[in-house]
Design a protein around this ligand. Structure first.
Ligand SMILES: Cc1cc2nc3c(=O)[nH]c(=O)nc-3n(C[C@H](O)[C@H](O)[C@H](O)COP(=O)(O)O)c2cc1C
Length: 385
């Protein structure tokens, strides 16, 4: 595949003339004649002209016959002049622009106007985004996306099972979906989901369209995932890449950080809960993931209302040295599910129990190395851990 070619000054001029032509028909100063340009760019001179008549502007490379006016300048200065950033008088005084002939003939060029009507789009932070728990339904419908590439065979599942049990007991409807079991093709960046009449090129050919529809019905989505290389597993990242259809391509400036407006047909008031586990000892390993998730949540209008981060999870299970902690943590996961639905938040005490330090760093290192040594020397497969 060939890389995209970068446009030459002639092609850029052509694009600029196309933009000016959108305003030319209603421009009050339409006249016949040509403007000759001699631009310097990339250590050479570029000769071209714009021919104006009563209906449109035309770009040509080369020399015009009897131009009304000639401009010699650096190509960038012309672009600044034509986009209204360089005042022509100031340009002459500073010798950036050298006109000869009737400089007033430049009035034939309208100012580029990029204003388009994209319809009414409200992008302000909604009341729900500001305080989702207060605006949550009493019995929300919850979808848990288990994004462990090991689907139901990983440790992520152990946390999910308890959490879901607690949520169900508090009255939520809970369904778990294993991302790894679905056929979701990799986003190709073609933008058809934004601009194509038929939407995403994979709709009807993989499982994402149906999943997206289903998710539209959920009040809360719990993303349950193991930490992979300091972030989310690629299947979940791809799921988010495929999810840009949640929003319009347009952007609004009503929020502190620009974002796309939510597509009106997509679900409003949906919250996100993150449940992640990892192998390393410290909770700080989740920092990059947390920042990433919150950025996605802002862009997709899906506020993060709770997080549960359990480090060292890989060595917690079925480990004689951590059996007490395993029991307490899993019981607390159930409690956390209940509290989230019944009280709107996971209680501080419960969260502290789930995220408790398992041991000193020194002990943890010893245990981890023992664990891997055992796996390697006894050639255990991943059903064992
Ligand atoms: C490819 C890969 C990358 C991982 N990267 C990290 C990491 O960056 N930090 C960490 O603490 N744990 C890391 N882990 C450990 C997993 O988070 C941990 O094993 C977790 O229990 C896996 O979830 P699962 O049991 O549901 O498969 C990684 C595991 C795998 C397989």
């Amino acid at each position: 595949m060939k890389p995209k070619e970068l446009k030459s000054p002639y092609e850029i001029m052509q694009s600029m003339v196309e933009i000016l032509n959108t305003k030319y028909p209603e421009h009050g100063k339409k006249k016949r004649g040509s403007i000759q340009f001699y631009f310097s760019y990339d250590n050479r001179e570029w000769e071209c002209y714009i021919k104006a008549d009563k209906s449109h502007l035309e770009f040509h490379a080369g020399k015009a016959e009897n131009p009304k006016v000639t401009l010699r300048c650096d190509f960038f200065h012309w672009l600044e002049l034509s986009s209204g950033k360089l005042n022509p008088v100031w340009g002459m005084i500073t010798q950036k622009l050298k006109f000869s002939g009737r400089a007033s003939f430049f009035g034939v060029l309208p100012k580029p106007d990029l204003n388009v009507n994209v319809g009414d789009m409200d992008d302000r932070l909604s009341t729900f985004e500001k305080n989702a728990p207060r605006n949550r339904k009493q019995h929300p419908s919850v979808i848990i996306i288990n994004a462990s590439p090991r689907a139901g065979n990983g440790y992520t599942e152990q946390f999910v099972l308890k959490f879901a049990e607690g949520m169900r007991e508090a009255g939520a409807g809970v369904e778990e979906i294993y991302l790894a079991k679905l056929n979701i093709k990799t986003c190709t960046g073609c933008w058809q989901c934004w601009i194509g009449e038929n939407g995403c090129i994979f709709d009807g050919k993989d499982d994402f369209g149906a999943l997206f529809e289903k998710l539209n019905g959920a009040d809360m989505i719990v993303y349950a995932l193991p930490l992979y290389v300091d972030g989310m597993p690629s299947i979940l990242k791809n799921y988010f890449d495929r999810s840009v259809r949640r929003v319009y391509p347009y952007i609004c400036s009503d929020t502190r950080k620009t974002r796309h407006p939510r597509r009106i047909e997509n679900r409003k008031n949906q919250e996100t809960v993150i449940l992640s586990i990892c192998g390393f000892h410290e909770k700080s390993h989740f920092k990059a993931l947390d920042t990433h998730f919150r950025a996605i949540a802002h862009n997709f209008h899906i506020p993060v209302t709770e997080t549960v981060y359990r480090s060292g999870a890989m060595f917690l299970f079925n480990n004689p040295f951590f059996y007490r902690q395993q029991t307490e943590i899993l019981n607390s996961m159930k409690q956390a599910g209940t509290e989230l639905i019944a009280k709107g938040k996971i209680g501080r005490k419960t969260k502290r129990k789930i995220e408790q330090k398992l041991s000193s760093k020194k002990e943890f290192v010893k245990m981890t190395n023992y664990f891997w040594f055992d796996k390697i020397t006894n050639q255990r497969d991943n059903k064992d851990y």
